[in-house]
Design a protein around this ligand. Structure first.
Ligand SMILES: NC(=O)c1ccc[n+]([C@@H]2O[C@H](COP(=O)([O-])OP(=O)(O)OC[C@H]3O[C@@H](n4cnc5c(N)ncnc54)[C@H](O)[C@@H]3O)[C@@H](O)[C@H]2O)c1
Length: 341
């Protein structure tokens, strides 16, 4: 019998790709619950095609409201909890809303699980939860799951997102232990790929090259990151759901650590930029180095990052360049407009 899967926040970047991956396997009945804010409250064309192809059930609602959960079934085998407001722009513009929305989504999901009979839940967390430990305590890089979760400045808007993810990790592990469902956590590390939205570093860089920024500013040029191509992140997520230990956390990412300068300059090369680069200061609160230790996921789940950063970047830059050639209006206006009013 097919497994019954709910993707809460499934219209987003990672959720869409998990739906595609599971749909292609053909052994899952998939449902997506979302408020579709990234496409202004609508189902975008790519998602609609996927929904039609795999007969995906859609539940539209603002899941910060507990009654939105009433439309869902109560017996999913797997619940992927992906719903969240993500992106540095949002965090800086509306930190209070990050706290309200992400906390409400976590709390309402946990309370709904209390009254449901779901098998297993996966909560999606972030490397941002331990960024402070690297800076403050000079913690090991590549960084394993055992790192203490730390933020550097409780009052800084940037850390509101990480604080809600720490709540989520603790909330899902402790609710599951008390209430008899299973749970695993993934901590993602800079997932990237086509259709990732316009609030992340790679789409920003592509747009800046297209706007003919010259000389091109290299903000935080010597900072390092490890970029995890979406196909690998999806595989790691599904492996964590299906094989991950109960109450366990897994670092899902790539161990290829590169500088921002390498990332920007290769993007420039792909877009035919031949002019000048200048160094510029980094963004405040941005960690100097980040690279996950994925040994636990490799040993316990058989996870590996297969796509190297250059191959992933080539696919991503091409997708954004083609998209921006064909579209003048960017999605993701919903919260931006709401925040202005
Ligand atoms: N992309 C990354 O590199 C990355 C890194 C670390 C953690 N994560 C986490 O993984 C998860 C998925 O990330 P993503 O990149 O796909 O983000 P995304 O923004 O593309 O997807 C999040 C989804 O949540 C939905 N959502 C937001 N508010 C909602 C509400 N009130 N009701 C219902 N749905 C709502 C959005 O519409 C969106 O479809 C998120 O929880 C994110 O915090 C992602």
């Amino acid at each position: 019998m097919n497994k019954k899967v709910l993707l809460l926040g499934g219209a987003g970047f990672i959720g869409f790709n998990i739906a595609k991956f599971l749909g292609n396997k053909g052994t899952y009945d998939i449902s997506i619950a979302d408020n579709f804010f990234r496409a202004g409250g609508k189902i975008d064309e790519l998602l609609q095609q996927l929904v039609d192809k795999h007969n995906i059930q859609i539940f539209k609602g603002d899941f910060t409201q507990p009654n939105a959960f009433e439309q869902l079934a109560k017996d999913y085998d797997y619940v992927y909890m992906l719903a969240s407001v993500v992106g540095v722009d949002y965090v800086n513009k509306m930190p209070h809303e990050i706290i309200r929305i992400n906390t409400a989504l976590i709390y309402n999901t946990l309370e709904w699980l209390r009254h449901s009979k779901c098998g297993k839940v996966l909560f999606t967390s972030t490397s941002e939860c331990y960024a402070g430990a690297i800076e403050a305590f000079d913690y090991a890089i590549p960084t394993p799951e055992s790192v203490p979760l730390t933020i550097q400045d409780i009052g800084h808007p940037r850390f509101t997102y990480a604080v809600t993810k720490m709540l989520g990790e603790s909330g899902f592990i402790n609710y599951s232990r008390q209430l008899g469902f299973e749970c695993s956590i993934v901590r993602y590390h800079n997932v990237f790929g086509p259709r990732m939205g316009f609030k992340h570093v790679i789409p920003h860089i592509v747009q800046r090259f297209r706007n003919n920024e010259n000389p091109f500013k290299l903000y935080g040029h010597d900072q390092t990151r490890s970029f995890n191509y979406i196909d690998d992140a999806v595989e790691g997520t599904v492996l964590t759901m299906e094989k991950g230990g109960n109450g366990e956390v897994y670092h899902i990412g790539s161990m290829e650590e590169i500088t921002i300068e390498e990332l920007v300059k290769y993007t420039g090369e792909l877009l035919g930029f031949k002019d000048e680069y200048v160094y510029a200061p980094t963004y405040p609160g941005s960690v100097a180095r980040r690279c996950p230790d994925i040994t636990k996921a490799t040993k316990e789940l058989g996870y590996e990052a297969k796509v190297d950063w250059k191959t992933g970047l080539e696919k991503t830059v091409k997708w954004y360049n083609d998209y921006l050639d064909a579209n003048t209006e960017l999605h993701e206006s919903f919260y931006d407009n709401k925040n202005k009013s």
